[in-house]
Design a protein around this ligand. Structure first.
Ligand SMILES: Nc1nc2c(ncn2[C@@H]2O[C@H](COP(=O)(O)OP(=O)(O)OP(=O)(O)O)[C@@H](O)[C@H]2O)c(=O)[nH]1
Ligand SMILES: [Mg+2]
Length: 390
């Protein structure tokens, strides 16, 4: 209920171009309100690392159960498949094919399987910390999402160690060394305070398996809140489309066309440039990107305004002016010189028409750029907000 109300406020604020109010509408939602928010957890990792076996262990299913995920020594999981996690409400575990395995060859994994559709990740690894894990950590962190690192087949490690050094065998030391290797690898990749669990999928009551389930339960509402916030940019997209559609482009373009019809070379350039600057400022105000609005938003999320400005990469005035206006000036001057002397009316119509068209497309590009920037700024603000643990 609280989330539905907040969503209404969020939508209304976006429609008004008030980004700080939009953030404030969702900022204050009590954690308990996210109980019913769905959480999609992707289980990812290299082929054969024990992803499907881990899912079965989480679900409490034996491998021969018809409801269980298929497991095997050879590559088994070829398609993404969902499994409802019965111990927590609205949580789904997703079994994915191994990263780096055909048809998900190196480099194509992300294109084939869109990781952005998942809210949280469990990276499964066995043996050493590898490049595959490092790549996954980067992909996940770039989306401002979180993960647990689960090191499987611990039973095999202990057994191997016991066989190799029967006299000096210490299970505790082996486990500590494995955890250290995982931690070092994760920290090297920039993971902050990584959560690492050592498990055997055959023995869910031993090692860190119970701890993992407990931690997931503890983190649940925070992860759902994060999923909710990071899903908001998708919801806000239609609001920007509506704002874009309502932008008044024709009157200023007409005005520029009329000015350009005057037989003064270069006048259309000046007129279009002035118009562009003014129009862009108006768009910034309407989409919530004016200096004042950005300062308010930065204060709201507790970050310097430069963090938000860095996200505004779609629209830069200089390249727009430099790219579009020389065409406009050149064409207009040419038309004026060629036609004005002999056919004054034709020259006037041509230069005015050219200017009108060119200005129209320029302003359209301007509105799209501002809308894109507004979406990026909002996404950044929501990412900052989602990272806060409350
Ligand atoms: N000893 C031991 N074997 C495991 C463990 N987890 C998985 N295995 C075995 O490892 C092999 C691969 O397990 P899967 O669960 O199919 O691995 P996967 O990551 O889903 O494999 P793909 O779907 O092919 O990427 C199977 O033979 C499992 O029985 C574990 O914790 N301990
Ligand atoms: Mg599998």
């Amino acid at each position: 209920m609280a989330t539905a109300l907040a969503m209404e406020g969020f939508g209304a604020a976006i429609a008004q171009g008030n980004l700080s109010e939009a953030i404030s509408a969702v900022q204050g939602i009590p954690l308990q309100s996210f109980q019913n928010t769905p959480l999609h957890i992707a289980v990812v990792g290299e082929p054969g690392s024990g992803k499907s076996s881990f899912i079965n262990a989480m679900l409490g299913l034996q491998a021969d159960d018809p409801r269980a995920a298929q497991t095997g020594i050879q590559s088994t999981t070829a398609e993404v498949k969902d499994y409802v996690y019965p111990l927590l409400p609205h949580v789904t575990l997703w079994d994915l094919p191994g990263k780096g395995e055909p048809p998900f060859n190196e480099g194509s994994h992300v294109q084939q399987i869109d990781l952005s559709r998942f809210d949280f990740f469990i990276i499964i690894g066995y043996q050493r910390f590898r490049t595959t894990h490092a790549e996954l950590v980067h992909e996940i962190q770039d989306m401002s999402k979180r993960f647990y690192f689960v090191r499987t087949k611990i039973d095999l490690d202990l057994e191997a160690s016991r066989r190799q050094r029967p006299s000096g065998y210490s299970a505790e030391k082996v486990l500590q060394r494995i955890k250290e290797d995982c931690r070092e690898g994760l920290l090297r990749e920039g993971a902050l305070d990584p959560q690492i669990f050592l498990v055997s999928n055959w023995e869910t009551d031993r090692f860190d398996f119970p701890l993992l389930q407990e931690q997931l339960k503890k983190d649940l509402l925070m992860l759902k809140r994060q999923a909710f916030l990071l899903g908001l940019p998708r919801i806000s997209a239609p609001f920007w489309e509506r704002k874009k559609a309502s932008a008044q482009i024709v009157p200023p373009a007409l005005c520029c066309g009329l000015v350009s019809a005057l037989p003064v070379p270069g006048l259309s350039f000046l007129a279009a440039m002035l118009l562009l600057v003014k129009f862009r400022s108006r768009c910034y105000r309407e989409f919530g990107l004016s200096r004042r609005s950005l300062e308010d938003l930065a204060e709201q999320i507790g970050k310097p305004v430069s963090v938000l400005k860095a996200a505004m990469t779609s629209l830069s005035l200089k390249p727009m002016v430099l790219l579009r206006l020389p065409d406009l000036v050149g064409a207009t001057v040419m038309v004026v010189e060629l036609c004005w002397g002999r056919f004054p009316t034709l020259g006037c119509l041509l230069s005015g028409g050219l200017s009108l068209l060119s200005t129209y497309f320029m302003l359209q590009k301007c509105v799209s750029g501002v809308a894109e920037d507004a979406q990026k700024v909002l996404t950044k603000a929501l990412e900052v907000e989602a990272k806060k643990t409350i």
